[in-house]
Design a protein around this ligand. Structure first.
Ligand code: FEO
Length: 388
């Protein structure tokens, strides 16, 4: 229990340093935290639970924070198992606890339990409040940030927003403090919440009407002090605006010849003053490539032709971007084919399915390896993607 919120509001979450892949897909070399909070007032109120991987440690934290008291309320802001994974244990420990959620919460809750709980239910809707004594929670619905039942809770006495997945980040709290939030917050956002820009905008508008001094997310550090950088980042990201003028050169190369051409392009772009990050999609982490494609305003896609189509690591990358509704970006295409180049055609078709992706007319098609004769095409492509 490294983090503190206030005397009356205790952090009782846990770090997970042994998980291999969060959501069975994201590498988290610094782990992840499952945050949970306890409000101690005339009534006691638990804000979410934790993944079942952390139930035992969290239960110990909960009991220590409660002392001799029992638990009056459990607020369920999000039903995903990394947060509601220990609801069953709460029901066993505190059979009289009242469950606080919205109509969708209570539709979903029995699906995750073996038997539907018989506990009293406090069904809340937009703007409803729950009095705990000197603390009052007001609930705001946040559907699709990141599931349909998500809601956030505002505590008006201490001006705290319990933001569910919003403003979360990868990294265990024992590894990353508030000063490290930016290290993994973008990768977390674009890969987990990235598809839901419009719902995030709706939530930000609701939050703008609240006096917020502290944000308590369900992953990562409690955010205090000047909250402007976090809110501005979420505003930019959820509008699908690039955060930087920079170029991602992403390549999927079978034998290294496409990669050599991609690296040459990256060097040319750097030579003309562009900020460039090069990523080998066959070897580097996909979620990092997705993050950079969202953060930067331009991307160069370089891929080999394979089995008469697109080499699969690039297909996978574009599929990830499509799933996360990547949009409003400029792209240049480099393809390689030893007899019938098809990669560019497939990439272009996939990009056409996305919203507002501008594809440079200047493309580079190489046959097996980059040759002297390809130089004019290469220079034209570099000029096209650099001149924005
Ligand atoms: Fe951290 Fe959508 O769960």
């Amino acid at each position: 229990m490294a983090m503190t919120v206030s005397d009356a509001i205790r952090y009782i979450g846990v770090d997970d340093l042994t998980i291999d892949l969060f959501e069975s897909q994201y590498r988290v070399p610094e782990g992840i935290s499952y945050n949970s909070y306890l409000i101690l007032d005339e009534k006691t109120c638990l804000m979410d639970t934790v993944d079942k991987r952390g139930t035992a440690e969290w239960e110990s934290n909960l009991k220590e924070a409660l002392g001799e008291r029992s638990l009056d309320y459990l607020v369920i802001q999000h039903m995903e198992p990394d947060h509601a994974g220990s609801v069953q244990r709460v029901l066993e420990l505190y059979p009289d606890v009242k469950l606080v959620g919205n109509a969708k919460t209570f539709q979903m809750l029995p699906q995750f339990l073996q038997t539907a709980p018989s506990n009293d239910q406090v069904v809340v809707k937009e703007g409803d409040s729950l009095e705990l004594g000197s603390h009052t929670l007001t609930f705001y619905m946040a559907p699709m940030v990141h599931w349909p039942e998500v809601m956030v809770s505002y505590e008006s006495t201490e001006k705290i927003l319990f933001s569910a997945d919003g403003f979360g980040t990868f990294g265990a709290n024992c590894k990353h403090g508030i000063e490290d939030w930016k290290l993994e917050a973008a990768r977390y956002y674009f890969n987990i919440v990235g598809k839901y820009g419009a719902p995030v905008q709706t939530l930000l508008k609701k939050a703008s009407g609240l006096a917020i001094e502290t944000i308590c997310p369900l992953h990562g550090p409690v955010l205090k002090g000047d909250l402007t950088p976090y809110i501005q980042a979420y505003d930019t990201w959820s509008k699908y605006e690039p955060q930087e003028k920079a170029i991602l050169v992403a390549c999927a190369s079978i034998h290294g010849n496409t990669k050599a051409a991609a690296m040459r392009i990256a060097e040319e772009l750097q030579a003309c003053g562009q900020k460039v990050t090069f990523m080998d999609l066959c070897r580097e982490d996909m979620s990092h490539a997705v993050e950079l494609a969202f953060l930067y305003d331009r991307t160069v896609l370089c891929a080999s032709t394979y089995d008469g189509g697109l080499f699969l690591p690039m297909h996978d990358f574009l599929s990830h971007l499509a799933a996360k509704t990547w949009q409003n970006r400029k792209v240049a295409i480099v393809e390689n084919g030893s007899w019938a180049a098809q990669a560019g055609k497939v990439m272009r078709a996939m990009l056409e399915e996305m919203k507002n992706i501008e594809v440079c007319e200047e493309t580079l098609t190489i046959k097996s390896t980059l040759h002297e004769a390809d130089e004019p095409q290469l220079k034209a492509l570099v000029a096209a993607i650099a001149n924005v």
